[in-house]
Design a binder for this molecule. Structure first.
Ligand code: SF4
Length: 398
């Protein structure tokens, strides 16, 4: 008889292989190895509590300099209001590393970012993710066992010694650790070109994890490689769905991962918006599909999108292809410019939005009551190799 979904979920986490644990549904069960997140077990204040904002500020004041609140640009306004520092994943990781006096770092972002903060801070500092269900679907698209399988194929073909892993910040600590252990480095959307150039100075081939679009856009638009120089490794198929000749000929092996938010922007949306606003400039993140990026006027990381809009002349019109919370905030902050979202449908990052005011208030009040909740703690061996990969990135020439 076929096993029911509930029965299977009951077995998950006991003796199941990694591939099945990866199928946990958002908000169910407990699997701290998955970026998809887990349920939040706390007694949260009600979102409708009229005193919630006041409770948040009271807790923040009571924590004082013992706490640091880091807020990613894609967070909700209600959470960003509490952030001591706002930034993209790279800036927030740097900020965590530069704050040795903060005993508690509340990370208003997603799981891989909190992991990076834990890797870059001291053992006595505690990194807290207010909702453990705040994962990242892209990071979840490359699991350790899948990446190990891929590397085994490269070893068997005698290609691993000439292949350098380049891993996007948006990845689990396990994949960052793999990268450090195999001579590779981490990159962000703002330094991917320099990271890939460094990798080509060390080897002949790059394994780019886990975002195919950032890898392809950087290889083709920044390094001058062709689309044919890149192949796509499908972790769900034997040999990644590639022939031996394709793997041998490739200069860049792109992992088949993508951002579920940025991957949605389409060529049709670009054409439509150009018809509606003839003088509009299209500004997109490099996690967007190559066809969309090729049609854009400006391509840049989250921080660079913010800088571009700040520097734009009054009266200019922009259609922005990135997360909607940030686009809405930019539109509010710059009423002298016309800023629209590059898609007809609403496109929030659902996991970023898991961090809301009830979770943040609960996490802060818990610490004040002597309970550190939702602490993100990366195993020291994993952290050590991850740190090597992160430090290789930090030592890249600017
Ligand atoms: S916006 Fe995309 S890459 Fe960023 S956390 Fe959400 S799913 Fe992950």
């Amino acid at each position: 008889m076929e096993e029911s979904l509930l029965a299977r979920q009951g077995r998950i986490g006991q003796n199941m292989p990694m591939a099945l644990t990866d199928l946990l549904l958002l908000g169910r069960e407990v699997d701290l190895t998955s970026e998809r997140g887990v349920s939040c077990t706390g007694e949260l204040p009600a979102a409708s509590d009229p005193d919630l904002v006041a409770r948040g500020w009271a807790a923040r004041k009571a924590l004082g300099s013992r706490a640091l609140i880091l807020g990613h640009h894609y967070q909700r306004d209600e959470v960003i209001a509490f952030a001591d520092i706002t930034g993209d994943s790279f800036k927030l990781a740097q900020s965590a590393a530069a704050s040795p006096a903060a005993e508690f770092i509340f990370f208003a972002g997603v799981h891989f970012m909190a992991e990076s903060a834990d890797i870059l801070t001291s053992l006595s500092q505690k990194v807290i993710l207010p909702d453990l269900a705040a994962g990242c679907s892209m990071a979840d698209m490359a699991t350790q066992s899948q990446v190990d399988d891929c590397w085994k194929v490269l070893e068997d073909l005698g290609l691993s010694s000439a292949t350098i892993p380049v891993t996007y910040m948006n990845s689990s600590a396990a994949i960052k650790s793999f990268t450090g252990a195999h001579g590779g480095l981490i990159c962000t959307s703002s330094n991917a070109k320099r990271a890939m150039e460094w990798a080509f100075s060390q080897g002949e081939k790059i394994l780019f994890l886990p975002d195919q679009h950032l890898g392809r856009n950087t290889a083709v638009l920044s390094l001058g490689l062709t689309l044919e120089d890149c192949v796509l490794w499908n972790p769900w198929k034997p040999m990644g769905g590639l022939s031996e000749n394709e793997i041998r000929a490739a200069k860049v092996i792109l992992w088949r991962g993508h951002c579920s938010v940025h991957g949605r922007f389409s060529v049709e949306a670009v054409k439509e918006i150009r018809k509606q606003i003839p003088d509009v400039k299209i500004l997109v993140h490099p996690e967007c599909q190559n066809e969309v990026v090729a049609l854009a006027d400006v391509v840049g990381s989250t921080e660079s999108i913010i800088r571009t809009i700040e520097a734009a002349p009054a009266g200019s019109a922009w259609a922005i292809g990135t997360e909607l919370n940030l686009v809405s905030r930019l539109a509010k902050k710059h009423p002298d410019k016309r800023i629209v979202f590059l898609d007809k449908t609403v496109c929030y990052c659902s996991t970023m939005n898991r961090i809301d005011l009830p979770h943040l208030v609960w996490a802060m009040e818990s610490v004040l009551n002597g309970h550190v909740v939702n602490q993100i703690s990366v195993d020291e061996k994993v952290a050590a190799y991850s740190r090597i990969a992160l430090e290789r990135m930090l030592s890249l020439p600017i």
